[in-house]
Design a protein around this ligand. Sequence first.
Ligand code: CO
Length: 134
Amino acid sequence: MIGRLNHVAIAVPDLASASAHYRDGLGAKVSAPQALPEHGVTVVFVELPNTKIELLHPLGENSPIKAFLDKNPSGGMHHVCFEVDDILKARDHLKAEGKRVLGDGEPRIGAHNKPVLFLHPKDFSGTLIEIEQA
Ligand code: CO
C-alpha cells in the first residue's frame, strides 16, 4: 500500500536561517518561501534527488505548527509523508487496523493540491504520518 516517501516536514523557528543551512551548508536546491495561508504555514521546499524536505514556519495565529514550536523551540521533525495510490482505500485499511485518522477522516487538499490525511502519532511510534494521494 505504501509508496514513495513524498517529503519529510521540519518545523523551524527561522525560515531564512534553516534555508541557509540546507542551501549553503548542504548544497541543496532550496525554493523561495511560499505562503500557504489556507494551511497556516510558510513553506520552503528543499529538493533532493529522491524526495523533498519541507521547512515549515507558522503563518497566522491558528497555525497547526505553532504549538509544536512552542514545545520544540529550536524546531524539529514534524511529520513524514508517504504516497498512496488510493487514499480512501488506504484510509479504510488503516481504520480497520485500528489506526486513528485525524480530523473528520475525510481527505483534505494538502500543500501540493492533492488529497491528504494525517494519522495519529501514537499509533506510529511517536511520528505524525501524512498520506498523500499519488
Ligand atoms: Co506534509
